[in-house]
Write a protein that binds this ligand. Structure first.
Ligand code: PMP
Length: 355
């Protein structure tokens, strides 16, 4: 058995893979593969409608927000956000909590001014800055809710009166959120929503045209919203598999239920990291992510040997990002407690062997 701790694209439920592979051969009894149906067919239109309905229901999205399925990944949103929200000559406020946050801020500079309200780069992004003020004259405030590389997560939405934009790529659908705290949420699907290729955007309708810029149509949120995410050919298969994954989440009891499981999984792993004298966590304790658990060895010379043992035990994708080193266990929704136990057992086995 393989235990996939990869950071993304990542593990999805086995049932989803099975159903998706069936649809590659025969989609809903149509005698056609999901890969060959028209995106304008009534069967696929029903998929988009259901996927949207599931997102709305699972995240409790209020009226006044639209849900879009776009392409280009979260990285395209780094650009689309200022294109659509930042007026000429305007300023946007960004919280710098890592590589993704700073890549997002970098795109703003091509269109206007960016103010970094706070940064944790002084300690290699091992913590979430807390005491900072958000300028009231900025067009919007942007932050990253979960820092996939560094294993830190923002559990408290910063308070401000200006529009709030969040990159939730790696923790969306992992915990309950209050959508009304945000004006725009975006997430590359390839963690907890589905496979790579589709990007979820949830935004307030009132933000349409907010920048006053004359944008190429493909980059206008409003154009995609008006066309129900069918302005051009959408990523048909990625949306379909996302729908299957959202159905799975709903059948499990939804976001509240998965959140409780995720809390337990994260605690099991952090408890072992804190107990086992061979390992130590890298993120500030109160900011520890429930999705990406980053840790190193007290003696870095052991790291290659531990990775080798992990591989023998079927643990995949544990090598840390090069900017942190050590290990990163990504423990997304579909990763089971059995896999957490397999990792904890392997850490204990290593301890026994070397103590
Ligand atoms: N933001 C976060 C928090 C991420 O984890 C990632 C990728 N893992 C990105 C943005 C970039 O996403 P994409 O590759 O979809 O552009």
């Amino acid at each position: 058995m393989k235990h996939n701790f990869g950071a993304g694209p990542c593990i999805l439920p086995k049932e989803v893979f099975e159903e998706a592979s069936q649809a590659v051969l025969d989609f809903n009894g149509t005698g056609l593969s999901i890969l060959e149906v028209s995106h304008r067919s009534k069967e696929f239109e029903a998929v988009v409608v259901e996927t949207e309905r599931l997102v709305r229901e699972l995240l409790n999205v209020p009226q006044g927000y639209c849900i879009l399925f776009l392409q280009g990944g979260a990285s395209q949103q780094f650009a689309m956000v200022p294109m659509n929200l930042l007026p000429e000559g305007g300023k946007a406020a960004y919280l710098d909590t890592g590589v993704w946050a700073s890549k997002a801020a970098k795109e703003v500079k091509k269109l206007g001014q960016v103010e970094i309200v706070a940064s944790s780069s002084d300690k290699n992004y091992t913590y979430i800055p807390k005491d900072y003020s958000i300028p009231t004259d900025a067009a919007y405030f942007h932050f990253t809710s979960n820092n996939t590389i560094y294993g830190t997560e923002v559990f408290q939405t910063p308070a401000t009166n200006i529009p709030v934009v969040v990159d939730m790529s790696s923790d969306i659908l992992s915990r309950k959120i209050d959508v009304s705290e945000f004006d725009l949420i975006y997430a590359g699907a390839q963690k907890n929503m589905g496979p790579a290729g589709v990007t979820l955007v949830i935004l307030k309708d009132e933000l349409f045209g907010k920048s006053g810029r004359n944008l190429p149509t493909i980059f206008e949120y409003e154009a995609h919203a008006k066309a129900g995410s069918m302005y051009n050919t959408p990523p048909v298969f990625s949306i379909y598999v996302s729908m299957l994954n959202l159905r799975w989440l709903k059948a499990k009891g939804g976001v509240e239920v998965i959140e409780q499981e995720n809390i337990i999984k994260a605690r099991m792993l952090y408890d072992e990291i804190d107990r086992n004298p061979f390992f130590k966590g890298t993120a500030n304790t109160e900011d520890r992510s429930r999705m990406n658990v980053t840790f190193v060895m007290e003696n870095p010379e052991f790291e290659a040997e531990f990775l080798e043992l992990a591989k023998e035990r079927g643990l995949i994708g544990l090598k840390g990002h090069r900017s942190v080193g050590g290990f990163r266990a990504s423990i997304y929704n579909a990763l089971t407690i059995t896999s957490i136990n397999a990792l904890v057992d392997t850490m204990r086995e290593f301890e026994e062997k070397h103590k």
